[in-house]
Design a binder for this molecule. Structure first.
Ligand code: NDP
Length: 454
């Protein structure tokens, strides 16, 4: 084994030893480290400065108690997290996830991914992530507000426009960001709008931020398809999830002439062969906070709800599938699902969610002829537009939707070409995982070298 490969392997052993039981974090670290031996081979200075080991260790991890009172007057308790992972390129930046499955290891995996994703955008943002095991589902607005106020009462002392700028993620949308910002403003008696992104455009948010992650994922997929002279025009597409990322991925696919025939949530999936009625889905999910089961009822017999199997099984329906966009959660697409996609004639998979494909699924995608875009590249449009929101806040300006969406499109085209060209430079043309990991890593590693041992 070369010295470089030995260092990568030793770093992974250290990750396992220092972070026992954090399986999702181990998975994310392995995926990145597996790409890095050829880079440290070319750059021994990274090894001398222990960049590999330092990049895997968060700069700071904050865990706190979040007590709140429910509508029945009972005291409830949750746990809050903020992992401030790497600030070599700018203030920590990354969303907050509210979901009952959240543990420290979940936040670490997301924060680690965020370092490289943020670097790929080319914008001055470091990596971080936070959240809680709180479940907003089924809670009243008043309960969500009291929870957010308690969460921010602790978090506020650790964040700031120049320090750490949280945003949304699973379970955290415009409503939650509003309550969080309200409490932050109240505690500090200052209108520091740059402390959070994903705000409503009515009070400091950026136009096109809501759409950005889904739109960006589809723009990345379009660029990838173009390398094979293919496009979304007339394509059948499967999207998993039915939240923020999924909804705006569907919108962009439709704008590009494709038809999304399936969506899902944690209770099952919908097969709608004529194509998802997006206005109806938005009404149910964004306004009524309903479920996809409600969508099927209101679709008047044109769509079918399936509560067994997985959304990827739709690839085996007549007509197959051209593009698959996993936009729900981690490890939701496995090896068996890739076999369904292959059987359906799939040409490309782009991850709107973070790490939705299992390692075995990614291996099989690489062995097959399917183009594969990892989340840290394909879904970078969300955080990139958050950085554009920070720019608007800092300059006390507001941009038009068109201007912001154009910037997003340019950023996604650049992210795509960086990944593609880096993969070619390192002798692995078409391997977007390798390209994204190396291009993101080099930018952060060079900044860490310049800043010294800190
Ligand atoms: P939302 O909360 O808006 O939607 C999440 C969707 O995924 C829902 O349909 C939800 O179904 C489903 N889902 C969540 N957890 C599970 C689970 N354990 N099993 C099955 N389905 C599940 O979140 P977002 O759309 O914002 O985020 C989706 C993904 O995109 C996440 O991986 C997130 O990290 C990633 N991402 C989001 C960005 C953003 O800007 N929002 C930016 C970059 C990445 P149900 O309602 O039944 O729970």
């Amino acid at each position: 084994m070369s010295t470089a490969a030995q260092s990568v392997s030793a770093t992974y052993d250290t990750v396992l030893r220092r972070n026992p039981g954090e399986l999702e974090f181990h998975q994310a670290a392995k995926e990145v480290l597996d790409s890095l031996a050829p880079v440290v081979e070319r750059h021994p200075e990274y090894l001398d400065a222990a960049i590999l080991e330092r990049i895997c260790e968060p700069e700071r991890q904050i865990i706190f108690r979040v007590p709140w009172v429910d509508d029945a007057g009972r005291v409830q308790l949750n746990r809050g997290f903020r992992v401030q992972y790497n600030s070599a390129l700018g203030p920590y930046k990354g969303g907050l996830r509210f979901h009952p499955s959240v543990r420290l290891g979940t936040i670490k995996f997301l924060g680690f991914e965020q370092i490289f994703k943020n670097a790929l955008t080319g914008l001055p943002i470091g990596g971080g992530k936070g959240g809680s095991d709180f479940d907003p589902k089924g809670k009243s607005d008043a309960e969500v507000m009291r929870f957010c106020q308690s969460f921010m009462t602790e978090l506020h002392r650790h964040i700031g426009a120049e320090t750490d700028v949280p945003a949304g993620d699973i379970g955290v949308g415009g409503r939650e960001i509003g309550y969080l910002f309200g409490q932050y403003k109240r505690l500090g008696n200052r209108y520091e709008s740059g402390v959070l992104t994903g705000k409503s455009p009515a009070w400091g948010g950026s136009l096109a931020r809501t759409e950005a992650t889904g739109y960006g994922t589809v723009i990345f997929a379009r660029e990838m398809l173009a390398t094979r002279n293919a496009s979304f025009d007339g394509a059948r597409v499967i999207v998993s999830g039915s939240g923020n990322v999924a909804i705006y991925a569907i919108e962009k696919v439709q704008q590009f002439g494709g038809t999304v025939v399936a969506v899902s949530d944690s209770s099952g999936y919908v097969y709608d062969p004529d194509g998802i009625d997006l206005d109806l889905l938005k009404q149910i999910k964004e306004i009524e906070r309903g479920r996809i089961a409600d969508y099927v009822v209101r679709r008047g017999g044109r769509a079918e709800l399936r509560t067994t199997g997985k959304v990827w099984d739709v690839a085996r329906e007549p007509g197959g599938v051209k593009v698959a966009l996993p936009c729900a959660t981690q490890n939701e697409l496995d090896e068996a699902d890739v076999r369904s996609l292959i059987a359906g004639g799939c040409l490309a998979v782009a991850e709107g969610a973070n790490m939705p494909c299992t390692p075995a699924a990614v291996n099989l995608l690489h062995e097959s002829d399917i183009l594969f875009a990892p989340g840290k590249a394909a879904n970078a449009g969300g955080v990139a537009t958050s950085a554009l929101e920070m720019q608007q806040n800092a300059s006390r300006d507001t941009w038009t939707f068109e201007h912001t969406a154009d910037r997003l499109e340019q950023i996604m085209i650049n992210v795509h070409s960086q990944c593609k060209e880096t993969a070619e430079e390192y002798g692995a043309p078409g391997n977007y995982v390798l390209g994204a990991n190396i291009a993101g890593f080099v930018r952060v590693a060079d900044a860490m070298l310049a800043l010294g041992v800190i």
